[in-house]
Design a protein around this ligand. Structure first.
Ligand code: C2O
Length: 549
């Protein structure tokens, strides 16, 4: 591979959406941010300079960061933030991966506006395991607030209430014609009849899983989270925040100038209010020479119908269709033996009010979220540094529970005690430990789908189901042949998912719900993977410009 240099200036920029102009944090003044294009095997050197009043970090979502955890980016996990006026060089090599990923800010709610696509092309002369598309088009979904998102989350955390929901969804930064005053800000994709397009779908929205559909067109899913999958056809794609999905679209319409809506709207299962609006982009067929130009006008946009916002059955069915290619060239390297088994509950609960807060929950409590009842408390130092320099004392403890502290009917009647615990706890693993993890949604406050994202690894999705996981029965259904290999998986609302990964990457790796509101409430934890014995089994030393806290 080659080395590619990028300069990312984090700076404020005025952007107008929904008829209001606001100053947002951007990279290089662009919204969405610049696209990174590289090939498998390339090394990336991305110099990030912070020109804004906020602390900043960037994360290269889904990049494995083999032994290069210092470049991963989550604030206070792998690095201290880049402070105003300072810079940091993210330095990593893309090893054994090709496909669509994305980058985003990984501190507070800055990723609301600070994100962009990563396109990793196969190695030179390597081809796709599907017909080569005529054109490739990244389609990045986002979420737009009229208000400043940093103010919203800071207020929510300070008052112990729920943050405001967004005002619009966006496709490549543009809300589209379904919103007031937004028709001009519509993403348009011009296509030639008969050609095939590869749409690189990325859900960069903060808080919403999305259904996506192109009216009158069937999509063929060929890749998920930068891993090839067995191609399958679908009308509607479900994509959670943190997930990426490549689909082929054949422009099969015979009508010149025809227009079809590309619609994105939430899949939402929680009790809270959410932004139930639809972002629309337009698939526009090129004018054909044979069509009289008078016909070019007033061809109505054909709308796309989407499932009910809470259609969990559709969601489950869609997710179960995703299977690894598991071919000779792209094998599914599912760990066959298991060294350690974990059972983690994920869900919402409450915590006592913090000092100076006036909380909105019952008995002066605030909403919170947890893994195994532990609501993660952000440390004041970066975990990776504390780990590397053997200074964990006062920063984190390694007693994260392997199982929930108490058992109950997770998806039935909520338990009496909805009060969570809190702390900065991690699981420590030996190098090359094979981990099996069952993630069980709870209905302590309510059942809700949680897109869980693991840094530093891909994992295999062995099975998923509704209700309580049954350790006697369910493992017999585990797919060890061609399970989906991904970095983000939806834990079904009121259900469970079982995953496996090999801890072959030394470092500290964050795992969290990719709904930013839940992350803010503590639905996150970290794995510490210790060095192995071999020379190539050790975390590299920290770079000299690593920011200080
Ligand atoms: Cu895309 Cu920890 O995040």
């Amino acid at each position: 591979g080659i080395t590619r240099h990028y300069k990312f200036n984090v700076k404020m920029q005025n952007v107008t959406r929904l008829c209001q102009t606001k100053s947002i944090v951007t990279v290089n003044g662009q919204f969405p941010g610049p696209r990174i294009i590289a090939r498998e095997g390339d090394r990336l050197l991305i110099k990030v300079v912070n020109h804004v009043q906020y602390n900043v970090t960037l994360h290269w979502h889904g990049i494995r960061q083999l032994r290069s955890g210092w470049a991963d980016g989550p604030a206070y996990i792998t690095q201290c933030p880049i402070q105003t006026g300072q810079s940091y060089l993210y330095n990593f090599t893309i090893t054994g991966q090709r496909g669509t990923l994305f980058w985003h800010a990984h501190i507070s709610w800055l990723r609301a506006t600070v994100y962009g696509s990563i396109v990793i092309l196969p190695k030179r002369h390597a081809s796709y395991p599907f017909p080569h598309p005529f054109k490739e088009v990244p389609i990045v979904f986002g979420e737009w607030w009229k208000a400043d998102t940093e103010t919203i989350i800071n207020q929510a955390l300070a008052t112990g209430g729920a943050p405001n929901i967004s005002d619009a969804f966006t496709i490549n930064g543009l809300p589209g014609p379904s919103y007031n005053c937004s028709a001009k800000e519509t993403f348009k994709l011009k296509v030639k009849p008969g050609k095939t397009y590869l749409l690189r779908l990325i859900n960069a929205a903060l808080n919403d899983e999305l259904f996506f559909r192109v009216a009158n067109h069937t999509l063929t899913v060929v890749e998920a989270d930068a891993v090839y999958v067995k191609p399958f056809k679908t009308d509607i794609v479900l994509i959670t925040p943190g997930q990426t999905t490549n689909v082929l679209l054949r422009a099969k319409s015979k009508t010149p100038n025809a227009k079809f809506a590309m619609s994105a709207r939430p899949y939402a299962t929680g009790p809270a209010t959410f932004d139930n609006t639809t972002s629309i982009g337009v698939l526009e067929y090129e004018k054909s020479a044979s069509a009289p130009s008078s016909n070019n006008k007033n061809i109505p946009l054909l709308k796309a119908k989407l499932p009910q916002f809470n259609d969990s059955t559709y969601a489950m069915k869609f997710n179960q269709k995703i299977r690894s290619l598991a071919s000779h060239k792209f094998p599914a390297k599912v760990p066959k033996k298991v060294d350690r088994r974990f059972f983690f509950t994920v869900g919402l609960g409450i915590l006592p009010c913090l000092k100076n807060q006036t909380c909105q929950g019952p008995n002066n409590t605030r909403p919170a979220a947890a893994v195994n009842n532990v609501s993660f408390v952000q440390p004041n130092a970066a975990l990776l540094q504390a780990h590397f320099f053997n200074q964990s004392k006062g920063v984190y403890t390694t007693n994260f529970p392997t199982n929930p502290p108490f058992k109950f009917n997770y998806t039935g009647t909520p338990p009496k005690n909805i009060m969570l615990d809190s702390g900065t706890k991690v699981v420590a693993l030996h190098f090359n430990t094979s981990v099996e993890l069952v993630l069980q949604d709870t209905s302590i406050l309510s059942a809700e789908s949680h897109p869980l994202h693991l840094h530093g690894f891909n994992f295999f999705v062995l099975a998923q189901g509704v209700g309580n996981f049954d350790p006697q029965k369910d493992p017999s259904e585990f797919n060890l042949i061609d399970p989906a290999e991904r970095n983000t998986v939806g834990v079904p609302s009121g259900g469970w998912v079982a995953i496996r990964f090999l801890a072959d990457n030394p470092g500290v790796w964050f795992m969290h719900c990719h709904l930013e509101v839940h992350t803010s409430w503590g639905l996150k934890m970290a794995w510490v993977v210790n060095d192995g014995k071999g020379r190539k089994q050790k975390l590299m030393p920290p770079p000299a410009d690593l920011p200080k806290c």
